[in-house]
Structures are given as C-alpha cells and as structure tokens.
Write a protein that binds this ligand. Structure first.
Ligand code: ZN
Ligand code: ZN
Ligand code: ZN
Length: 375
C-alpha cells in the first residue's frame, strides 16, 4: 500500500466508515477492531504508513468509545497530517516504552477482537501476553462484508481504474506478440497501466499457448508463437482503487476449436454478468457462469471460482463461489471471470469488474469480449 495516493475522501467520510465498522463489530459480538497498516487502515483513516516496520501502528476501534490511533512518536506528524484528526485521537509512543501496555489500557480485558489479517504475529502475541483474557478473530473472517459495499465516490474511482485498464488493452492489442517473450509483453502491460494513471501494478499475466492452461501462470521467458492463444490478465491500483481485467487474444488465425472454446467462455461470462442483481446470492453468479461451461461438456476444465471483490485491494470479499450465500447489495463490486483450461494446450479467461446496481449489474470493463487477433 505504501506510496499509493490517498483517495479523495474527507475526514467525515472516514468518520462515517469508522462508525459503520464499530456498529458492525458490535453486531458481530466483538468488543472492538484492531486495525494494522494495510487496506483496512487506508479505508478507515486514509493513512497509509509503511507496513514494513516492527514499530506498532494500530487503530483501536471500540464501539461507544472515540477511536484511537496508536502510532510511533516519530511517525505521529505524518499520521496527524494523513487522518486530518477530527474524530480520531492519536496516541503516540516513544522507543523504549511499551506500546502494548498503552494499547491494552484501551481494551476490555476479556473481550473478543477482530484484528487485521495482515497484523504482525509479533504484535498480536504481545497483546495476548498483556491481556491473557482476550481472544481474536481475523477481521476478514469476522466482518467479511465490511468494505464490500462501495459508495458513489468509490464507484467512480473503480470505474476510472477500469477505464484505465481498458485503455491498456486497446493499446496492448496493437503490439507484436509473435516472436516476443511473455515477459516483454508483460512489461508493456505494466508500462501502459502506469501511463494510464495506475500508481501500483499488482499483476501482468501473459500466459501463452500451453502456459494459458495454468491459471496461476504469471509470466515467463517462453517465446510467443504464431497460433498461440494468450491469456492476458492485468490490474493494479489507480488513485487508491483497483482494476482487474482479462482478455484472451490469438496470434494469427485461430482453429475452429479455439474459436468455439473462446465463444463458450464469452457466453459463460455473459451469463454470470446477467445473473447479477440485488438479493441474488453470490453463488448464483458462479452457478450461472459454470452451467454454460458444464452444459458444453467443459465443466472439469473450469477450475477456479467465478469472481472476487475489488476495492482498495484487487482481491477481497465478496467471492462468487459455490457455498457463498451472501446476497448481492447495490454498490458491491467484483469480478466475473470464468475460464476454460485445457492441460498442455491452451486456456481462455474473460474477466470484467461488475458493480451491482438497483436493478442489475453494470460492467466497469467494456473492451470487446470477442476474440481479438494479434500479430
Ligand atoms: Zn491457435
Ligand atoms: Zn484478473
Ligand atoms: Zn480477478
């Protein structure tokens, strides 16, 4: 998160989010939330300190109490500037003092707390030692939907990130593929994402030919050949909000089978998108996309969930997966990205970010989903 530009939200916006988080914590039976540097802290305060330090920085959010940001004294001026202070007290601690005793004084000694997934074990172990009667749950387990419903300003930022990813695709389809290494095309993708306003590139997958059959393949030195299908999947953060899109292109003329499989994935993606509307369970989006692929006899080759949420990170709840009964709510934002992976041969994935509207879904990516032929 370090180095990303803070999103243009006001101190009141952050206060409203903290109030909502404190209410959600109380509803979940938690005595409070302990938020370490990372996406949750950015979302709740606008503050993005380095997470690469052993010095404790922790937002303590206890229902019914004013929130407190515990910070190392040397970072307190930066923190004060970032959070704009109203509605948030800073408590700084100096080297040599015990920050855990100061934190423990803010907490119910027998409470159960939600703590950031990425909090250091060092800090959690010290808190447990200071307050042996407390217990903890991962924040994502306890409150998976905390950041899931985006407000209007967040949706605008996600749409702008999506548009930048789309602009990237419109440029990458013009570059030569055949005869170049995957890593070279990936470097082009990263360069374009930054050119179109991304401050952080999270992934630039270029999976050619048989590599495309491995959804986890990132990028390698394989030289792309004429006749290859190439899965492109790229994204990152622009103004603090994420993009993530996939298109599968072909170098030169495809075979009939390649066309058929690509069209199947396109139809599955369309079916998943059309299933999006308020009140529908997340798993229904997965089922709608999966049914198209299964009905065509390719069910065993669609080997991952259909989608994941996106916001201040590029992968977060809600997940579009069998068993996830969370109903969709207007403002949720997530990927719809079915794929077919034929081992040793090729893969196809098509991915758009979709947001839930009052009566359906709206795509935040809108480049062609037909197969694009590249050189
Ligand atoms: Zn081919
Ligand atoms: Zn992706
Ligand atoms: Zn994705």
């Amino acid at each position: 998160m370090t180095g990303t530009a803070p999103a243009p939200f006001t101190a009141d916006d952050y206060r409203a989010r903290r109030d909502r988080a404190a209410r959600a914590a109380a509803d979940a039976g938690l005595a409070g939330l302990l938020v370490a540097p990372g996406p949750d802290l950015v979302w709740l305060t606008g503050y993005a300190p380095t997470a690469e330090t052993e010095r404790l920085t922790l937002l303590v959010l206890v229902p019914g109490q004013d929130p407190v940001l515990v910070v190392p004294a040397l970072e307190a001026p930066d923190a004060a500037k970032a959070v704009g202070v109203p509605g948030l007290a800073l408590r700084d601690w100096t080297d040599g003092k015990d920050p855990y005793a100061a934190t423990a004084a803010l907490l119910d000694a027998s409470g159960r707390f939600g703590i950031s997934d990425n909090a250091w074990a060092l800090h959690l172990l010290a808190l447990q030692k200071a307050l042996p009667g407390t217990s903890y749950a991962s924040l994502t387990d306890a409150l998976p939907m905390l950041r899931a419903v985006k407000d209007t300003a967040e949706l605008e930022l996600l749409a702008a990130a999506g548009a930048a990813a789309d602009a990237t695709f419109e440029e990458i389809r013009k570059v030569p593929f055949g005869g170049r290494r995957e890593s070279e095309v990936a470097a082009d993708l990263a360069h374009l994402l930054r050119r179109f306003g991304h401050s952080q590139v999270d992934f630039t997958i270029v999976a050619s030919g048989p590599n495309g059959a491995n959804p986890h393949h990132e990028v390698g030195d394989r030289v792309i050949e004429r006749g290859d299908m190439v899965v492109l999947d790229f994204g990152g953060l622009k103004d603090g909000y994420g993009s993530d899109t996939s298109r599968t292109v072909h170098v030169g003329e495809p075979t009939d089978e390649e066309r058929r499989v690509h069209d199947l994935v396109r139809q599955a993606q369309e079916a998943g998108y059309r299933a999006v509307r308020p009140g529908v369970a997340c798993q229904e989006v997965d089922r709608a996309a999966r049914a198209v692929i299964a009905d065509a006899g390719y069910g065993e080759y669609f080997i991952h969930r259909t989608g994941h949420g996106i916001g201040v990170t590029t992968h977060e709840p809600p997940y579009m997966i069998e068993g996830e009964e969370q109903p969709l709510v207007p403002g949720m934002c997530f990927s719809v990205e079915p794929g077919v992976y034929l081992p040793g041969r090729f893969g196809v994935r098509i991915e758009d970010i979709v947001t839930v509207t009052e009566d359906g879904g709206r795509r935040l990516n809108d480049t062609t989903r037909e197969m694009v032929i590249v050189d």
